[in-house]
Design a protein. Sequence first.
Length: 1004
Amino acid sequence: MEKKLSLTLVLILVLSLCFSPHTAASASQTALIPLPETGEVISGFKTVEAGDMALINSKSVLFEHEKTGAKLLYIQNKDMDRSFDISFKTPALDNAGAIHVLEHMSISCSNKYPLKDLIFAILNQTYSTYANAYTRQNFTTYPVSSLSEEQLLKLTDVYLDSVYHPSVSNSKNLFSREAWRYEMQDANAPLTLTGTVYNEMKGDLGNISSAASQNVLQALFPGSIQSNIAAGVPDNIKELTYEQVLNFRNTYYHPSNSLMVLYGNVDYRRFLKHINDEFLSKYDKKEIAVETGKITPLKEKAERTVKFPVAASSNTKNSSQIDYAFAFTDISEEDTVGLGILADILNQETSPVMEALKKSDIGGSYSVSFDAAFTQPILTFSAANADESKKAEFKMLIDNSMSNIISTGFDKTAVDAVISNTLLTNSNLAENRNTGVNLSMKIASMWANHGSLDYYNHLIKNIKTIKDKAEDNYFEKLLKKYIENNNHAALAITVPEAGLAEKLANAEKKHLSDLKAAMNKQELDKITADTKAYNEWNNQLPDPKIVESLQAVKIADLPEEVKTYKTNDSFTSDGVRLLSAEANVGETETSSLLFDTSAVPMKKLHYLQLYADLFGKLSTKNYTQKQLNTQKLRYLNNAEFHIANVTQNNARQYTPYFSISWMGIASEYDKQLSLVKEILLNTNFDNSKALLNLVRAQVSNLKSQYTNDPLSILLLRNLAQIDESSTYQNYISGLDYYNFLLKLEKDLVSNPKAAAAELKNINALILNKTNLVTTYVGNKNAIKNYEDSIKIITDALPKKKITSQDYGKLPKPALREGIAVDSTVQYNAISASYKKMGFAFTGKLLPIQTLIDQNYITPKLRFGYGAYVSIVSFNSNGLLTASYRDPNIRETFEVYKGLPAYIKNMDLTQETLDRFILNAFSDYSAPRGELAGAESALLNYLSGKKAEDKLKILHEIKSTTVQDVKDTFAMFQSFIKNGSYSTVGSKQKLLENKDLFDEILSIK
Ligand SMILES: [Zn+2]
């Protein structure tokens, strides 16, 4: 239910260059500075409390600034990816999105750094690993990180200047750009309305799951600000005024209403001094009342139905969402943790409530979720792609199921498995990238919504306490208290209405044309003059001196170093490959098995994908579906079963594998392997009812994915042209697979045996140790154990000849393709392989990718045309440009077509280019966790990439010259000429631009 509103989207998905280069984190730098005693005052900050954060093996100190009351939490550990975050409590007083517009405006420009797009300059032209800002329920947060302490100190200065010292001169134009503005190029042109936040929210609220979340809030918190959309609703955003935003800033952006989080290995004293001297010392303490919208719990359960607009051509049968949600008032910290785990227990595919739901035919797929990011947290049961007439049945089924669980109790092994999983996942948070940033934002949410600053200090302790209480029916008691006896609940039904999308779009068009018709000449002239003035302002180039002043690191200082891991590569006597990497970790390990699937005939590939999707979800000889699910959760944490291609020679050659991968505890490795063996050897494919349910859920999941995340299908289809491996991936898991499942859903009713036979055939092809690759990452002893234990699997498998099939004739999407989905915004992409462009990949392209995005595409698309995000990505296979939540199609492709001319005419100095080099270098060097780093190094090794290749890329990034940029002219020309063009968007918009496409298809 959380609104994720990132100012920019980082798409690692398309960046497949995932080595694990490390920057200079030499031993001498890792010494930590001693922490102060409680009571000690440093630069006006009083030490309030010292603590431990077992979660990430760190210490923490809470400071309070004596003069203003500002809070600063310092989390100390050896992480070199240091971060700073400042948050303010910001209530959503209405749906006009003032908070969100203010967030965008603040981070665009400050008094000391008067650029128009400050955040993009930081993101693209400094030695930073993360820079963003978010508007969330009840707070606004500004996180930034860097591998350099000097750079982080500089960025802390920039961020604080942005929030405390707004730009005066640029403000009105920034408001027009970020909130909304009328546009009219000349007197004959139509009047249009655009703006970054306006378009962003059109896209964000344009899918049924967002609309359903909004519906739940309005049902649970009627009349309260908790039901408002903090980020704004387009119709209300266009009523917002600059003065409202200014008032909002004056009220809430004050140190007394702030929390800062500093993270990593830094000299925190320098930061405290800088923050005090330059900013906080100029303020005095102020009482700021922040409304939270807390309401008296409802006495009776509520019900609310809303319509969701979709296109006339949409199939609305079984497409509603039904949510049954419960709100909780004043709950303890321990119960907050407990309710989160409870939702996970209920969300298990084989939990009693899920089993009952699957038998019901109410919806296509179901989920249970818990969200503590509200003053009154919420637990929600959801049915997606549901039949709205079964709402009462849905509610009754859940009520009955809860009563049953309370009287009979949960299966305690299942509960134990979920808790173990929660502990393992939470103990490995530092494995993810941007640990500091992610943790800071979570802390800010708990602070803003619950006034708590030590929730994450206590998290591991709380999970362990709950684990001890579980035997004593802790979760059953929780259910009784918070669900069964809780009338603060609501049933919210969100129903798609076919044709309503066009009706609203036409009404908006009519509104604008009526508005224009009613204007006199003077008013019309003013709008064309304003449009002209805005565009002139938007086209002004930034002062390079200001961009220069953001830097704290020089290119010469960048260390060309790659962290290496000790790798072992050997074969067993029967030819199974054992590949391991040694990581400096305790008991945690990651492991995978890669089965060569090249023998699967082309016509049976979708059954292979289905096999992967069903893996571990059906009963086996020794386990029921439910028992197996518990075992999987207990031993195969975060397990993934999928078809993965390992590519050689830039993806023109690839081997398709069925990959089984998981994380676990090293001492349990034998148990993990035995469980995988049981699934591989003993799965029962003959339960046609279970099969049908799983296929149905998969159809529903894919359908939701296409409407909630259109970018995923756009990239899959567009990139299908780029190389053979991507063609295969698109065919096996994209729309062709979805259509296969739709047909299978029908066939399973008439002829259930046929599908089971196909799956058994696939299983027989998989069960083969020929070409089997096994991988393992763990400590030295664990690796030894792995090499001994792997025979649990290998001894059980036959060794059969593999006859590789030819996948050269797999169908590809049209070169110029439009795909219609229910959407009010568009997603456009062009891509081409280096082969097609007559070019080869080099690290020099990485700074160029950011340069053209920041200096050419983003100003045109985002600030000119109001498209929310632009993506430019050179990966090792080719080039991709894409737009995200874009009001247009034709205009966007025209901007891309201007790339060669832009390169040809660009006036670029090495000084400017150097800033993009810094950023590309930082991006490429950003560290990963110890396990994740070793794992990625192993996968690169498997693809034949060596440490020298990574060093070469780092070196190439550093040595990029202006001439190198100029030399890409021919490549961009070829990109435009030979690329594949795709759009996912509204049918109406696609039809208006149908001359651009060879084919337009609709997802059913
Ligand atoms: Zn935004």
